[in-house]
Design a protein around this ligand. Structure first.
Ligand SMILES: Nc1ncnc2c1ncn2[C@@H]1O[C@H](COP(=O)(O)OP(=O)(O)OP(=O)(O)O)[C@@H](O)[C@H]1O
Ligand SMILES: [Mg+2]
Length: 278
């Protein structure tokens, strides 16, 4: 397997890898990075070839050490280990320590989902409100089912947003469990002292903006995020209820009523409105 290093792997102060590493293979040759899929707050995600099983995977990794990226990658595995029904999350295939360009990383390999995320779907259908109304309900219902299965096992996701929902052939499933907490095993939260909520402003519940303890807020925080996602799917403008800078969004989520969803069947509008109640 070709292992051409096309560019040097440069590290920023926060130890995030630079782009343009296609064709770079792990020191043992097992993984070959093929394309960047995501560049998040916790680590980077690449489509990679797992040469041991000749299959494509999504490889989420972070530099080894004590940074939050490293803990977030470990958490992807730890949370899944505690789930007995994993149908609600994208499958994790393994956790590895790998070396690229003489640097050590921890990486979790995930089932690669070619259809991408709900964010990609929204981008494709942004201009077609009719199509989103027609197909979006099935996606939204499937997403709510996955969240319900996750919650039923005592977990909160706490960073629900379209980019963290993968559209597998059978249903929308959750990815990015870095902010997830267990409601049942309070110990889990204490096990990772640096764990804190990294939710995204456009989908963050008023309680979390107020700084309330997510464990006390419970499922409500994820339900509010679902309301924001549903609002985005079904709104003509294809936008979540509040946008703008963090201060603007904070005010919106805490004090304002979202603009009425126009051209949306009443039963859908009511569900979204209920999720978005303050
Ligand atoms: N299994 C997968 N199959 C296909 N694409 C994936 C997969 N996992 C992740 N991605 C892509 O990579 C992106 C980032 O993944 P993820 O959310 O797990 O990383 P993150 O670093 O925590 O990101 P962020 O901080 O932006 O939420 C996703 O939004 C998606 O586009
Ligand atoms: Mg993410």
């Amino acid at each position: 397997m070709a292992a051409t290093i096309k560019s040097e792997w440069v590290f920023e102060a926060d130890c995030r890898a630079e782009a343009a590493v296609h064709g770079l293979s792990s020191a043992d040759g097992r993984f070959v990075l093929q394309a960047k899929l995501g560049d998040g707050g916790h680590g980077r995600v690449y489509r990679a070839l797992d040469t041991k099983y000749a299959r494509q995977v999504a490889l989420k990794f972070a530099p080894r050490g004590n940074g939050h990226g490293w803990r977030a990658v470990r958490r992807e595995v730890d949370v899944r280990r505690k789930l007995h029904d994993r149908s609600c999350v994208v499958a994790a295939l393994g956790l590895y320590e790998v070396a690229w360009a003489a640097r050590q990383f921890v990486a979790v390999s995930l089932e690669f989902v070619p259809a991408g995320t709900l964010r990609d779907w929204l981008k494709r259908h942004e201009a077609s409100h009719g199509y989103r109304l027609e197909k979006g309900l099935q996606l939204f219902a499937g997403l709510c089912d996955s969240v319900a299965v996750f919650h039923a096992q005592g977990f909160l996701h706490l960073d629900l947003k379209p980019a963290n929902v993968l559209l597998t052939a059978s249903s929308p499933v959750l990815c990015d469990l870095a902010s997830s907490i267990s409601l049942r095993h309070e110990k889990n939260v204490k096990e990772s002292p640096s764990h804190r909520v990294y939710s995204t402003p456009a989908y963050t519940a008023p309680e979390l903006w107020r700084g309330e303890d997510p464990q006390r807020v419970g499922a409500r925080a994820d339900c509010y995020a679902l309301g924001c996602i549903g609002y985005e799917i079904f709104s003509r403008e294809c936008r979540p209820p509040f946008s703008g800078g963090a201060d603007r969004q904070r005010t919106g989520h805490l004090f304002e009523t979202p603009a009425r969803l126009g051209g949306v069947p009443e039963h859908i509008r009511r569900v979204i409105q209920r999720c978005l109640e303050k």
